[in-house]
Design a protein around this ligand. Structure first.
Ligand SMILES: CC(C)(COP(=O)(O)OP(=O)(O)OC[C@H]1O[C@@H](n2cnc3c(N)ncnc32)[C@H](O)[C@@H]1OP(=O)(O)O)[C@@H](O)C(=O)NCCC(=O)NCCS
Length: 141
């Protein structure tokens, strides 16, 4: 992600989630935070989605979406495949994320990539919905 991508990413987040972390958040993350990484999905020269990772010892998916018009076409699979390979290359011991308990599409996607439902975070979201914590561990040699 570069600065010029931010406005489109924020718009896409609002479409996908009804809210966004906002332009200032992304500007700050790009400029300051050495532990975050934002990768844009580009389809035919247009921004089709993105994912954000927090990279410490383990790797956490902060957010991930595919724009509505491109959903159901395999791009979620492509992004998850990329993330799993990144974890293996980085020798990360684990990949984790939180997802709304009602978000079956995303939960199915993560299960497909061997993330397991390990815990529930009660009333994690502003509207009171619980989050499911999903984790995949990697054998690091
Ligand atoms: C969840 C999301 C990223 C999936 O991306 P996508 O490009 O639509 O997914 P794909 O077409 O690559 O499908 C990947 C897998 O997701 C699951 N999936 C996709 N669409 C689904 C649907 N309508 N119902 C149930 N599962 C579905 C399936 O497991 C699918 O695997 P398959 O291809 O073997 O059937 C996308 O729907 C999205 O951006 N949703 C809104 C934002 C969001 O919820 N992000 C996750 C926040 S934690």
């Amino acid at each position: 992600m570069v600065k010029d991508d931010i406005a489109s990413i924020v718009k896409g987040e609002i479409e996908a989630f009804g809210h966004s972390m906002g332009e200032d958040f992304f500007i700050q993350e790009l400029e300051i935070d050495p532990f975050s990484e934002f990768i844009v999905l580009e389809i035919d020269g247009k921004i089709g989605g993105y994912f954000g990772l927090l990279i410490h010892d383990t790797i956490e998916i902060m957010n991930l979406y595919v724009k509505k018009e491109y959903q159901g076409l395999g791009f979620g699979n492509i992004m998850m495949d990329f993330i799993i390979n990144l974890c293996i290359d980085a020798k990360a011991p684990a990949l984790s994320l939180e997802v709304r308990e009602s978000n079956n599409r995303a939960i199915n996607l993560y299960k497909k990539f061997d993330l397991k439902d390990v815990a529930r975070r009660k009333q994690y979201y502003d509207d009171g919905e619980d989050a499911i914590l999903m984790v995949r561990e990697f054998e690091v040699k």
